[in-house]
Design a protein around this ligand. Sequence first.
Ligand code: AMP
Length: 344
Amino acid sequence: MLALAAARLGFDVAILTPEADSPASRVAAHTLVANYGDEQALAELAKLCAVVTFEFENVPAAVVAGLQAAGAEVAPGPKALAIAQDRVLEKSFLNQIGVPTVGFHQVDTVADLTAGLDLLGAPALLKTRRQGYDGKGQVWVRTVSEAEAALESLGGGDCILEARAAFVREVSVIAVRNRSGAFAAYPLAENVHENGVLRVSTVPANVPPETETAAFAMARKLVDGLDYVGVIGVEMFDMGDGRLWVNEFAPRVHNTGHWTLDACQVDQFEQHIRAIANWPLGPTTPFAAAEMTNLLGAEVETWAELAAEPDARLWLYGKRDAKPGRKMGHVTRLKGRFPTTGGA
Ligand code: AMP
């Protein structure tokens, strides 16, 4: 979708991917099939590109830092990526810049986990520090007696224990910052996850304007603190009493921003391309309320029914293999006029 957005603005896109037959390669001008650490492929990518970006947060931060050191223009920078890749660094950084999160405790041993449970209360959520996504790499720990098995199930160490957030809803901000520090954000999306995987995003979120203002202020603090360039997805817990805690941020376009494809003049993908290419940012005010539903695994087979719905906009990603739970596409249903001005 980034490649499509870039092509529409007249850019040629070169992609580097370890996957031989990737959906992006079917719409990009050049494809380099290689591992992310492949020196030769990286040199070629740097030669081909005026600016390099990424759309997957598990690209090694060292690779992005290496490209930058070799003189390539990279956006966002390796700092945001390195912080987002490690849940302990991420929460520490957020707290350091004054953005609240759940309480947490670094866990490398069973003794750390026991101490963490004491400190944060039970149940608490044990997560791997790195490489977790879509609810993978996390397990609830209810009692001290479960500690050893829980830590073992996540590899025995390099984990974080998080206090349970008794949130009333989950929301996210899709924000963008360009090289000059200009900032914009789409209205807050309200998100429902199932088994740690996003199911539905609804916009506008059912929150008072003060909550949205507070969420935008946190997102702004974050992107300014990271000296960030590009689109960022910031997931938050709404505690229902005016408090918002950031759960995590993704230094890339975000699934909870897919609704912008159909309900905004400039969607998150174009916005990202604009930011990294140093164009002016586009408007973030939606012209319609929207509800985006992910199509997971075999659900993609309902495409014909969805395509027949007049207010449904269907996006299929062209992934060949519909493994259970895999994000195969999404459908956005437009829900009439957007009720407020929205966005920042
Ligand atoms: P994550 O991988 O951190 O995005 O977590 C996936 C989902 O698990 C979140 O969207 C929440 O629904 C839930 N979750 C994550 N962390 C917590 C927490 N500390 N307390 C309660 N629920 C959580």
